[in-house]
Write a protein that binds this ligand. Structure first.
Ligand code: GDP
Length: 302
């Protein structure tokens, strides 16, 4: 039960406070909602999302004629799942091409856990019987190529690389050729995480995407933005910047095990309209989990 253990810190921060709140109040009034609002904000659910959630809770409490504070918890759970799903069937499903090469591009600033995530996903896909290849497209950060190679050895997946400082678009070109030649199912592409200069970032990502698309029409099939949950609202700022720079199709939220503010999942989904496709719940190979709103909310309260 990875979600339960991975969310321990958030659970301590969030549900203990909610339980405490519910125990202290005899009726549901404005003060009750104000305290609940504060708890949600402290869990990094995000101001806008908290306001929407509180409004909906108030309506639901009225509609169902709920008087007892202890009955509010299940309504909160329900609303959290609703907000996350946003009426979509399976917002978290990875766009995998059946019987054809799927290309997944990873973007994100240094240190967020991009390399680790690529390694973990390579492992997960391999476990599912897929042939995977990784492309060392971060030719900028010292040590990035070696680090991906370490993961390659660990999970038994080939890494296509050039030397440090070389053109990432050339690496991608070779990686696509290799993936085709080896009949690979999935190509996982690392990229450099320079955010200091948005114009350069945009240009580099555009060039890399152009090379991939020229070789495989319709690719990349996913552009996954990796964000570090422990950076809280800073992760939101990064998400906005990357969203402007490229078409982000999903988010991988890492280090959820290391934060008490796991509410960021909801803020990202509700305010940026990007689904969280995976969460990192630890440093080990099998600590990457497809995100599941129900398991997440269950992990928060149980
Ligand atoms: P990159 O610079 O974005 O490629 O980041 P790395 O993949 O090198 O990760 C930076 C650090 O975060 C490493 O020490 C990883 O082990 C750690 N890390 C990555 N994902 C997770 C996670 O989900 N949970 C925890 N606790 N640590 C993680």
């Amino acid at each position: 039960d990875k979600f339960k253990t991975g969310l321990a810190k958030t659970r301590d921060n969030f549900s203990n406070k909610v339980n405490n709140l519910v125990a202290r109040y005899r009726k549901i009034d404005e003060d009750f909602f104000e305290e609940l609002e504060e708890i949600l904000i402290q869990a990094d659910v995000g101001f806008q999302t908290v306001m929407e959630l509180i409004d909906e809770l108030k309506m639901e409490v009225k509609r169902k004629n709920i008087k007892d504070p202890s009955e509010v918890q299940s309504v909160i759970s329900e609303k959290l799942v609703d907000i996350y799903s946003a009426g979509e069937d399976a917002p978290n499903r990875l766009n995998i091409q059946d019987g054809a090469l799927t290309v997944i591009l990873f973007v994100g600033v240094n240190g967020v856990g991009k390399t680790t995530t690529i390694g973990k996903l390579a492992h997960m896909l391999k476990q599912q019987g897929k042939k995977v290849i990784m492309a060392a497209g971060d030719t900028f950060r010292a040590g990035a190529i070696e680090q991906l190679e370490v993961w390659g050895e660990r999970v038994g997946v080939e890494v296509i690389k050039h030397s440090e400082g070389s053109d990432p678009a050339a690496v991608m070109f070779d990686a696509v050729q290799a993936a085709k030649a080896r009949n690979a199912d999935v190509l996982l592409c690392d990229t450099a995480g320079r955010l200091q200069n948005k114009v350069n970032l945009m240009k580099e990502l555009e060039k890399v995407k152009r090379v991939i698309e020229r070789e495989i029409p319709g690719a990349p099939h996913e552009v996954l933005l990796v964000l570090d949950a422990t950076t809280g609202q800073n992760a939101m700022v990064q998400a906005k910047t990357f969203k402007e720079a490229t078409d982000v199709t999903g988010i991988v939220l890492t280090k959820l095990d290391g934060t008490a503010k796991g509410g960021i999942v909801l803020a990202i989904r509700n305010e940026l309209h990007i689904p969280v496709k995976f969460v990192g719940l630890g440093e080990k190979m099998d600590d990457l989990q497809p995100f599941d709103a129900e398991k997440y909310v269950y992990g928060l309260f149980s």
